[in-house]
Design a protein around this ligand. Sequence first.
Ligand code: PLP
Length: 403
Amino acid sequence: MRRSCLLGPMVAIPISSRAQAITDSITLAISARASEMKAAGQDVISLGAGEPDFSTPPDVAEAGIEAIRSGKTRYTPARGLPEVRAAAVHWFKTQFGLEYSKENIMTTAGAKPALVMAMMALVNKGDRVLLPAPYWPSYPEMVRLADGEPIDLPALPENNFICSAEQIDQAVAEHGAKGIVINFPNNPSGAVPSREEVAAIVDSAARNNLWIISDEIYAQLIYDGLEHVSPASIPGGQERVLIVNGATKSHSMTGWRVGFLAGPEEIVDAAGRIQSQAIGNPCTISQNAVMKVCYQDDPAEVRRRLKSFDERRQYLMRTINEIDGLSLNLPKGAFYALVDVRKICQQRGIDDVAFAEKLLVDGLVATVPGSAFAIPGFIRLSYAASMQDLEGAIERIDRFVQA
Ligand SMILES: Cc1ncc(COP(=O)(O)O)c(C=O)c1O
C-alpha cells in the first residue's frame, strides 16, 4: 500500500518511493520497546543496544566543554576543521599504521553518516553491492537510499563468519556487483579475520574491480592480543578502500556524533560535497573533543575498557555454553555475543524472531533476533552492559530455555 501524509480531507501528499523502501533501525526499535516496558514498571534487562555503559572519558568531555567556553561553536568547513583532519591523519598512523594525508580524510557526524556519504559517492542507480552476512542492519537500507541493490552473501558460521574470496568471486560472476561492505570486528558476530583472510578479500575485490567500504568502528575493541587488519593495509588495498572509523564505541562518544571517512582523495572529496549539502559540518564541539582522542598515542583508557568488556565476554562464554541447547563461539572483537538458538527453535517450532519476542515478553530480557543481521537461528546479546545485568540476564535466559 502506498503511504501518504494526510493534510486534510482532499489533500494527500505521497511519500517518495525511496522513503517507502527504508525501514526503521530494528536495534533502536527493540531498545525503545524495552524502555517502554521498563517505563510501564516491568523489570526488563536490556541487552539490545550497542552502547557502552561507560561515560565519555573526562578529558575528552572537557575538550568539548572548553570548545564551548572558548567560543568554538561556529560553522567549520564541511569536511571538518583542518586541525581535526590533521589529528585524524596522526590517529590513523599511530593506531593503525595507515598513511593518509588530510585530503584523504573527512570528519563526519559519526560512522553512520560516513557510511551514507560513502555510499552516495560510490553507488549508481541499480548498482549491486555485496553484503557478507551477518551484517549490521543499516547497510542494506543505506544501499537502497543510494538507489543501489543490496546482495546478501550467506553467513558462514563454520568459517567463523568470515566471507571467502570464492564466495565474492562467485557473487560477482552471478550479480555483477560493483562494491562490497565489510565490517570487522563484526557486529553481530565479533569475528576478526586474520591478515591472510583480509588479503584474500582484497585480492578478490581487485580481481573483480570492486570498491570496498570497510566499517572499522570496533577496530580498537579486539581481545586476546589479536591485531586489527584493515584492508587498506594490504598491498593494493588502499586505492579501493574507504574506511569508516571513529571513537564512538572505543570512547563512548555515541551521542557526540563524530567520526571519520578515509580513502582515495577523489572519493572522499565527492563524499565531502554531498556532506556539505546534506548536513554542513559535523558538530564543531564534538570535532574539538575527538581531537583529544586522536592525540592519545597510548590508548590506556581503551585498554582499561577492553579489560572490562573481556571479563563480560568470558563470563558469557562460560555461562551460555553451559545452558543446554545454546551455543556461543568465542567473539574476538566488539561487544556482542551471537548465540546459536537453532536447537531450541527447532524443539519449539519457532524462529529466532519469535524466540527473541518470547524472551522479551516472558523472560524480560531484550536481545536482537539474528534475522535482523541476516543470520536466522541466532540471537545477539550486547555485553556493553554491567556485570550485574549480565548475571541477571543469564539466570533468566537459563530459566526461559529450560521452561
Ligand atoms: C557496525 C556499526 N557501524 C556503525 C555504527 C554507527 O556508529 P555511529 O554511532 O558512530 O554512527 C554502529 C553502531 O551500532 C555499528 O554497530
